[in-house]
Design a protein around this ligand. Sequence first.
Ligand code: BGC
Length: 759
Amino acid sequence: MIDDIDGLTLEEKASLLSGHDEWYTETIERLGIPAIEVGDGPHGLRKETGVDMVWVPATGFPTASAMGASWDRDLVRRVAVAIGEEARAEGVQVVLGPGVNMKRSPLCGRNFEYFSEDPLLSGELGTAYVRGMQSVGVGSSLKHFAANNQEIERTRISVEADDRTLREIYLAAFERVVKAADPWTVMCSYNRLRGVHASENRWLLTEILRDEWGFDGVVVSDWNAVHHRVPALVAGLDLEMPGVGGATDQEIIAAVRAGELDERIVDAAARRVLRLVALCHPGPSLVNGPIMDLGVAPGDRLSSEQLSLLRADEHHALAREAAAGCITLLRNESGVLPLASPERIAVIGAFAAHARIQGGGSSGVDPTRVDNALDLLISSFGDRVAYAPGYVHTPKDAYQDDVAAYLAAHDATFVDDGHGPARRSAALAEALRLAAAAERVAAGPLFARATALIDDAVGVAAGADVIVVFAGLPLAFEQEADDRTTLALPADQIELIGRLADLSAPVVVVLSNGSAVTMDPWHDRVDAIVEAWLPGQAGAAAVVDVLLGRVNPSGKVAETFPLAVEDTPGYVTWTGERGTVLYGEGVFIGYRWYDALRRAVRYPFGHGLSYTTFAYDDLDVSIVDAFAGAVRVSCTVTNTGSVTGKEVVQLYVGDPDAAVRRPARELRGFDKVTLEPGESTRVVFELAGRDFAYWDVATGERGAWRREGGEFVIEVGASSRDLRLRSVFALPDDPDLPPLIPDEALLDHKSSRFTEGHR
Ligand code: BGC
């Protein structure tokens, strides 16, 4: 197979630059150039069957927001290896993920697909994912580049963010992954950035991604994100997906022939696509295991032979281990968890019987099997378990809810007025209008059926020794192409939890949601809260392991849980207006925002409890090379409790005397350590100059990373608001940079009454 463009005609080169269809690139039979098959991820493989909404089964792992809460690079790597192995088995050569966009607002409907509100954590986990996937010879597609932080108007909205905000927050995770892990492809986002669609944004796709960061893979479009093919190609977009029947190839050819497009630009893009083809077809000796012949009719389950090629049992066990690493114990008053052996346990909530495992949209997986907590609790406690659904839940299959049935159960009829944002397909537009109707119904008031289910559940729970309520968000609330309108749980669940809390038994709430929720008015009235996230197909087994103490929870929230939606960063500009969304809060998103405002939150970034306790001691900060900004930080962490546990040790840096407004603290290091009771370990972090720097827009032509000399604060602890150790020290200016230009010198110095004051 050739891997250079010599001998290719202009037509053949152009044909490589757009897909054959939704999932395959174009072949060139004359030269034996095969197609590449791509498939969705990132939480398991989504390979379409050709029948609408029917996919080939694959293992469903925890979604990215859950994996974010694991803070576990190795776990993420192993999950990506497994997804890569399944992709290989099903013949897919590039998996479309991971997503490393920032969570500007918890309302973003796709937050469950993103790791964190912090770029370091997202970048580190994204790096682990790409390395894992590519280690088995399957390419990844780092997405959605960049600043795709809302779903409403995602294809048109123009993000107005300044350079510093982009560099420090919205681009930083991409930068880390590109530099450390060399993803085979990067997927551009749908939105516009400062007026220019990402697919046509030369600053983003060429100047930053290739020239500055050294990316040499293929830039692929998000699906149908290309608006003007020739300008997109010039900007740096190599591969348009899906294909559009060759129409845009003709535009490229015509532009070259008319002398409007330099053919060398076509050559460079075609060469990159050919390199990707070569990576995807390493030759039979390098193919890792046989590729299965699917040969199943859409909707069929896989045969046992196919499941063994998929290593379905092993991957299900890994999915369980992964979910266990993500589950976050938010609250545990008077040690109600782990459950002692109760005489009578009330299991309430339909999600116990039909687990919520994932969000909606292109990342949905048809799982090879699904565990359910109710079955597992019954197998542990037998007839000591009493169950009631407590609320309406109408799953259609593992990746779709029957929203019409949900509405009907609440006596609501869906009258489709056809109004709402335009969407790529009429079917999607209708599905989203249906989902919006479900959200309105869920906000209350309660319908007769809801009240009856609550009354019944309260009756079942009366007299129990402990009540475990499975609650959270219906799938329709968290899906691609849509954002949430509220952070609250559905009104019937809020009422249900309150009524159960009126009983005398302790109440444990198990939450299934892909992003932060608010917990008023029930939070203080329940004894324990287990955040299970959207934990994948084996999540319920992991939840039961945590409830029973077989697993000591070790997740920590990778996003702040606010007290109210009005507190959240960017709230006043959320989703924008008249085509533009202004990121006026700048670098202050997530904990950076709440800390700057000294605002109380429900659960701070990095929070998560354990069944054991940890002590932090002996902070040492050694300046290895002051001019390079190389600093070694270490401390001792000890398990002071009586069970083995894992602690996520977090290091934050603050720069209180900088010339620009900087966050009080920013995550600059983390490590997850396992400790036996009484065991200690020394945790070491190596910091470099960039860990102390901000993006100085006034240095050089384009700006530069500046480590401004002065005082720095290092804080180490168990969460961003549970900081146990602190040290203040000084570093000099970065000697490689010209001196900081003071603000006064940046202003036009003509005196006026505004600068001199009134006489
Ligand atoms: C999504 C991508 C996805 C692609 C293919 C797009 O709508 O934004 O994340 O990979 O579709 O399904």
